[in-house]
Ligand binder design. Structure first.
Ligand code: ATP
Ligand code: MG
Length: 404
């Protein structure tokens, strides 16, 4: 690893911004992160607590994480010069979202830069179809699914799976944006056109009549050590995670064990290193199906910051560094997280937290995004309690008072 002053790299183009003092800094372990949003921000907060620094590589300036760090690179992720500088500044590279082209990660690996999760893992899971294929091949329960190249192939799938169907973009979907529920053949053309316009190939899944959605974080170290967090219930609003209840209420110990075993096997099946969010469906008969996984810290794991002995962010860093993993136990009988989703358009008032902070015991996080937009994830609140009802009451009262 060399500092920027010792490299033979071409001079930085004007769209790159990087801390000027880097050349004279004593060496510190620097974790490069693709992405500068709230996940990178919270990862950076955890990194600082472990005596680490992060290098943020984001496509646009003024990202929540970019503002916190000395080493910020702004530019396209596939720009060779920006990528070379990012690699120079980072001892080890990770990511906060799975939309980084796996070929870019492979380029870093090819020059000897450790990347976790690896390019192979990210390449496999950033396509929802190949991800599900791998999980199904490992013998884990998934809804019936199929890749489709034409609307006619969707109709053929419907003949087997029945209506409604879930049509999904294989790549770059998030918060439900890459999905369309198709209830009948009449709805197919509009759904196909909307999703195909996103430029990704599509897949279909049988509709799952789930009782509720569960999730859990799994962390896997470089030596393949596994640790699982508690199974939580996630409640979505408009396809966006809204509330997380930890532990999931009314989940029998065998069901929790089955969900945990499924999630751990899924991460082993993709040879994952780092922390992973695993989303599950619980059916009315108690069976658990795999929905999808994310190769990074996950919204359903934000409660771990105050709610668990080791947060998902700290454990991600421990895992990718090859350090011992931390305990994943809850620190209270019940923990509830509520997302602060934007309610309007406009700036965030400087005293947005004033009223909510008066509620005793609540933990409030704002991500430092300057603009509120309806549905935008602006922050989250977490409350610990003796019961889920108690924690939920505190979290919901606080969330209602934050002015976003
Ligand atoms: P995220 O919100 O995690 O970014 P995403 O956009 O990647 O999600 P999915 O998790 O695939 O997409 O789907 C979003 C939501 O749509 C799920 O949480 C679930 O509520 C619903 N859903 C997904 N697949 C199915 C299915 N096969 N049947 C019924 N509902 C589904
Ligand atoms: Mg999802």
């Amino acid at each position: 690893m060399v500092g920027a002053n010792k490299t033979l790299r071409p001079p930085m183009p004007p769209f790159l911004h990087i801390g000027q003092s880097a050349a004279i800094m004593p060496p510190m372990l620097r974790i490069g992160i693709f992405g500068g949003g709230q996940l990178a921000q919270m990862l950076t907060q955890a990194a600082l607590g472990l005596g680490l620094e992060t290098v943020i590589f984001e496509r646009t300036p003024d990202s929540p994480a970019g503002r916190l760090v000395k080493h910020e690179i702004v530019g396209p992720w596939d720009d060779p010069v920006a990528l070379a500088h990012f690699a120079d500044y980072s001892h080890l590279v990770t990511l906060e979202n799975e939309f980084v082209d796996a070929h870019v990660l492979a380029q870093l690996e090819a020059v000897g830069k450790p990347v976790f999760p690896t390019a192979a893992t990210v390449g496999l899971v950033q396509d929802k179809f190949t991800q599900k294929q791998r999980i199904a091949a490992a013998g884990l329960a998934v809804p019936p699914f199929r890749a489709v190249a034409t609307p006619a192939e969707v109709l053929a799938a419907a003949a087997e799976f029945g209506w409604p169907l879930m049509l999904k973009a294989r790549r770059n979907g998030y918060d439900g944006y890459g999905n369309a529920t198709v209830r009948s053949p009449q709805e197919l053309d509009a759904a196909w056109q909307r999703l195909a316009a996103r430029g990704s190939p599509l897949m279909v899944e049988a509709w799952v009549e789930f009782r509720r959605e569960l999730a859990l974080m799994v962390v896997r170290g470089r030596d393949a050590t596994l640790a699982a967090y508690p199974v939580v219930e996630t409640v979505q609003r408009e396809h966006v995670c809204h509330t997380v209840l930890a532990p999931a209420p009314l989940l029998s110990p065998p069901a929790a064990e089955a969900a945990t075993a499924l999630a751990c096997s899924a991460i082993e099946a993709i040879a994952g290193v780092g922390v992973f969010g695993v989303e599950l469906f619980e059916l009315a008969d108690g069976r658990i199906l795999f929905n999808e996984l994310a190769p990074r810290p996950h919204n359903s794991g934000h409660y771990t910051i105050e709610g668990c002995v080791t947060s998902q962010f700290e454990n991600h860093l421990r895992a990718i560094l090859g350090w011992p993993l931390g305990a994943t136990d809850l620190r209270a009988p019940a923990v509830v997280m509520v997302n602060l989703l934007g309610q309007r358009h406009g700036p965030v008032p400087p005293d947005a937290l004033h009223a909510a902070l008066a509620i005793p015991g609540v933990h409030i996080h704002l991500y430092g995004k300057r603009e509120v937009r309806p549905g935008r994830k602006m922050g989250h609140v977490t409350a610990l309690g003796q019961t889920l009802a108690e924690a939920k009451d505190v979290a919901q009262r606080a969330a209602a008072l934050v002015e976003v």
